[in-house]
Design a protein around this ligand. Structure first.
Ligand SMILES: [Fe+2]
Length: 408
């Protein structure tokens, strides 16, 4: 029972979402809608070779919008790439950005927009609400069903100095428009689809298991879980456009939920893993997800039961306590069907780095690990995760993630 009016929450979404087959053709008209005359088109080589950029350029040309192309975004980009793109945008006098690609180009493009209007380096904007001026207006066109960066307030990039992820957040950083065209997912490999889809599933599950959930974020997160869990197998292994479109829209929804309810231990703990070692974000997330779900179970029986229902588990005749662990079983079955790795493996990830990774996860992107310092195992982790965790819990979870699991 509520005894005081202390639960004010905000649900923020600053992005217009245009979706459907061939919606990429709306790029030019949407760019003109916000008064843009010249676009910096940001992408990577793989996306350019897949032919998606040509469709964007055609739409811009038909709308009478000039453009320059920056196609040098690498996987897991950092400040150097953002700086290069910002220089090009300024020298070409671009007044808006169109990004075509996965989470990496979309975050790089959004970082470019911040640096062009605010100056300095993207690293200067680490933290919340650091930019004083709105970035260049931006259209984000995802080519994976994963990060949901096309509707995000948060820019996540590699911090080349601290070897972890830097996160810059502000409502100003939401793209103006997201265009979700499932035809752009057709060329994705099985591995790319699975890795990005499991990341999106991680966002939707984590957004449902925080201390900041609301009825709005719950509805979006649960629906996203159902859509991804029900469609990822077909989307990754066939040409089923309906399944691909469901995963694409759900990945956007997952970020809408997570951007407001925040995420939990999985994303907190993957930042140092990715910063220190060569592993893709989706794989790093999907390996940790079952272990963190199991850890969360004692604090989330009712919610885990809802997740189980969303993942298609039959609830007739089952108590909440019986149904709740079935969410984990349903997750593991999906991961097993997708041949997803079940543990971090050496030498790809160095097990001896666990204390350092835990310390970095504790302190977010500002933490610099000192091997001579005593880190308290009982210190509470600063996170919105539904179950309170300590530094010792993080270490145990990382240890478990090297052991693997069996499918029930
Ligand atoms: Fe993620």
């Amino acid at each position: 029972m509520r005894t005081a009016d202390t639960n004010t929450r905000v649900f923020y979404l600053g992005t217009k979402i245009v979706h459907g087959l061939n919606s990429i053709g709306e790029t030019g008209p949407e760019f003109k809608n916000f008064g843009g005359t010249k676009a910096l088109v940001v992408t990577d080589n793989g996306v350019r070779n897949a032919g998606h950029v040509e469709k964007v350029l055609q739409s811009l040309e038909e709308a009478g919008v000039a453009y320059a192309v920056f196609d040098e975004v690498e996987e897991d980009p950092g400040g150097a790439t953002v700086g290069k793109g910002a220089e090009l945008a300024s020298s070409e006098r671009c007044d808006g950005i169109v990004v075509v690609g996965g989470g990496s180009p979309i975050c790089a493009g959004r970082g470019i927009g911040v640096v062009v209007t605010n100056g300095g380096k993207i690293r200067d904007y680490t933290g919340l609400n650091k930019a004083k001026k709105p970035p260049l207006p931006l259209i984000a066109i995802p080519t994976t069903a994963g990060s949901g960066a096309e509707v995000s307030q948060f820019i996540v990039l590699k911090d080349e100095e601290l070897h972890t992820k830097m996160v810059a957040g502000s409502p100003l950083y939401c793209p103006k428009v997201a265009i979700l065209d499932p035809l752009l997912l057709k060329g994705l490999s099985f591995g790319q689809f699975v890795s990005s889809g499991v990341d999106a599933l991680g966002h939707s599950v984590e957004a449902y298991l925080t201390t900041l959930t609301t009825p709005i974020t719950d509805a979006i997160a649960l629906q996203a879980v159902a859509m991804i869990h029900g469609n990822l197998r077909a989307a990754a292994t066939s040409d089923d456009l309906d399944a691909k479109e469901a995963c694409l829209i759900a990945s956007t929804m997952a970020n809408m939920a997570g951007g407001n309810a925040r995420l939990g231990l999985v994303h907190l703990m993957t930042n140092p893993v990715e910063g220190m070692f060569k592993i893709s974000h989706g794989i790093a997330v999907g390996i940790l997800l079952p272990y963190v779900m199991e850890f969360n179970l004692p604090a989330s029986h009712v919610r885990a039961a809802s997740l189980a229902r969303a993942m298609g588990e039959n609830d007739s005749g089952r108590s909440i306590e019986d149904l709740a662990p079935r969410a984990l079983i349903a997750l593991k079955r999906l991961l097993a069907d997708l041949c997803f790795p079940r543990k971090y493996s050496e030498p790809q990830i160095d097990r001896k780095s666990i204390p350092q990774m835990a310390a970095m996860a504790m302190g977010g992107q500002y933490s610099v690990y000192d091997p001579d310092k005593e880190y308290s195992m009982t210190a509470l982790v600063p996170t919105a995760n539904i179950r309170k965790a300590t530094m010792g819990d993080l270490i145990r979870l990382y240890e478990k993630a090297f052991e693997g699991w069996e499918c029930v």
